[in-house]
Design a protein around this ligand. Structure first.
Ligand code: HEM
Length: 529
């Protein structure tokens, strides 16, 4: 186990939430301009003055953020302002981030070694407060959020369920330490105790996940919350073909003509994924502890004698690590280096399982080194071996059950609303006027033409035509002809459902359910026979 958890900003009590309590205000008055906007965030969005207020902001320095909690609050506040600016309510998406946001946000993201966009860290890890005592954080009735895009209880509930799960993750860290120490001491009882503890934690995750339905209405989630969490990658359909330009964060040769300067700028657009709990470190910790591997979809299997060899590591899950604070990412990498539970179970259940342990010979050597004694075949009684195998498999099955519940959740919150929106027009709350205050079609076409970018469809059930609902691959997307713009500007960043009523293209253009099933099936396959 990585020795000092503090070094990774992780805690055995609160997991990746850490021991810091998020600040309710930045301590130095110098940051009042940020605090003023963030305290009236929803009001400025509603009044249509949000972008105007941001443009009035001075470029503030980070020098007066003296402590880690101050840095965390500044990152979170800026990330809400940044996504709020790009995906501003009732406005067309904005592809240029002004210096007042871009400069401090880029600097603070660099400080945390995290991608400069709204992430799970911003909305979940550093965005909570307790109503009463700190130690009662599993109790959702004791939790509240600090920042919100919409001000709705549904949005808060969406984050808080994850916050409670993260908090319970502290116990998972404790169990992991127990498992690793017990492997080191070659103590099967300690290992079994640690694994059973981990199963208990995952069961609690499932219970918490099921509470999502209580106070987060799927319609609200899909139409109101999710659009703000979208990223700027594969967002041609929303007019962000190149991603977003963070003004003032790059050098421009101003002695060159306008065309050359434009060309220079094109190289500095950032394409980043939207906020997702896939950026949570705690589920990756559990995969690492159990030795569950996820693979690349596109890997062609390479035959190596009787063995099928695939490069381990699912590129999407690995990429999500760039959206975790750097210390958390380092924790995962360091944990991966030392964790040998699966190998230990295989080697030490040899008399009661059919697993061929030859492929783990390398790891066995590692165990030999750690224990400084030879790990022999059947060193424990058959009864103990069975107990160990059962405990391990039960934990894997519990994780699989978590992933099943999560898939059901994704169907309710993304697939169903996407199908409904395809089948009905308009698919929005009756409270929303049929036409937003701006002429989105004209504005978008005008703006994109000014930027030399062709207008494109937003890809969502345009006029309800089936042809628009087909899955888009990269080439199709690139080739798609300009079509009439849908004037419902609040649809940016929503999922798109295709004809089989199951495949939903997430905001990144990938098949979300297909991906989640694959991750779930790889979990199931990790059970030892
Ligand atoms: C309304 C609630 C939720 C929805 C709609 C949802 C949706 C999704 C989607 C679409 C993905 C696919 C990848 C992506 O698009 O980023 C995903 C992945 C993931 N989500 Fe959620 N999610 C929800 C709640 C949660 C919660 C509360 C957790 C717990 C921390 C969670 C943990 C994960 C994890 C770990 C992944 C990566 C795949 C895996 O390891 O199984 N999600 N989620």
């Amino acid at each position: 186990m990585p020795q000092s958890l503090k070094e990774y900003d992780v805690s055995e009590s609160f997991g990746f939430l850490s021991d810091d309590v998020p600040l309710k205000r930045l301590e130095d008055e110098y940051y009042e301009p940020w605090e003023l906007i963030i305290s009236d965030f929803v009001n400025y969005q509603l009044s249509g003055r949000f972008r105007e207020k941001i443009l009035e902001l001075p470029i503030l320095s980070l020098d007066r953020l003296k402590t880690l909690p101050n840095y965390k609050r500044a990152y979170t506040a800026l990330s809400f302002m940044v996504n709020g600016y790009v995906w501003c309510l009732h406005e067309k998406p904005e592809e240029r981030l002004p210096k007042s946001l871009a400069i401090p946000f880029s600097q603070i993201s660099e400080y945390f070694d995290i991608s400069p966009i709204t992430t799970n860290a911003a909305v979940v890890l550093w965005n909570w407060k307790t109503l009463d005592k700190r130690d009662d954080m599993m109790n959702l009735n004791n939790l509240a959020t600090i920042f919100s895009f919409t001000g709705s209880p549904d949005e808060a509930w969406f984050y808080l369920v994850s916050t409670a799960i993260e908090c319970r993750g502290g116990e998972a860290i404790k169990c992991s330490r127990k498992i690793l120490n017990s492997i080191h001491n070659n103590n099967p009882d300690g290992i079994i105790e640690g694994i059973d503890g981990l199963s208990g934690v995952i069961k609690d995750f499932i219970k918490l996940l099921s509470r999502m339905y209580e106070r987060n209405d799927p319609h609200m989630f899909y139409w109101k919350t999710r659009p703000y969490l979208a990223g700027w990658e594969n967002m041609e359909s929303a007019g962000l073909k190149n991603g977003v330009l963070y003004e003032g964060t790059y050098e421009l040769d101003t002695t060159k003509d306008a065309a050359s300067q434009h060309e220079q700028e094109m190289k500095h657009y950032k394409k980043l994924s939207g906020g997702s709990a896939a950026q949570s470190s705690i589920l990756q910790v559990i995969d690492i502890i159990l030795g569950i591997r996820h693979y690349n979809d596109d890997d062609t299997d390479e035959q190596n004698g009787t063995e099928t060899v695939k490069a381990p590591g699912n590129p999407y899950l690995l990429r999500m690590r760039d959206y975790m604070p750097g210390q958390h990412r380092k924790f995962l990498i360091d944990l991966e280096r030392v964790c040998k539970l699966r190998e230990y179970v295989i080697v030490n259940t040899i008399d009661v399982s059919n697993v061929n342990n030859e492929k783990f010979s390398e790891s066995i050597e590692v165990l030999d080194n750690i224990n400084e004694s030879k790990t022999t075949k059947g060193q424990f009684s058959k009864e103990k071996q069975k107990e160990l195998l059962k405990s391990y498999n039960k934990c894997v099955s519990t994780l699989k059950a978590f992933r099943d519940s999560h898939i059901t959740l994704v169907r309710t919150y993304i697939v169903d609303p996407a199908i409904k929106s395809r089948n009905s027009t308009p698919a929005v709350s009756p409270k929303i006027p049929a036409k937003p205050p701006i002429d989105f079609e004209a504005e978008t076409n005008k703006s994109v033409e000014q930027n030399g970018i062709k207008p494109e469809t937003n890809g969502i059930h345009l006029n309800g035509k089936e042809s628009d609902l087909k899955p888009l691959n990269g080439t199709d997307r690139a080739k798609s002809e300009p079509k009439a713009q849908n004037n419902r500007s609040f649809e940016h960043g929503l999922a798109k459902v295709v004809e089989d009523n199951e495949t939903v293209l997430g905001t990144g253009g990938t098949d979300a359910i297909g991906f989640l099933k694959k991750i779930r099936d790889e979990t199931t396959e990790s059970r030892l026979k």
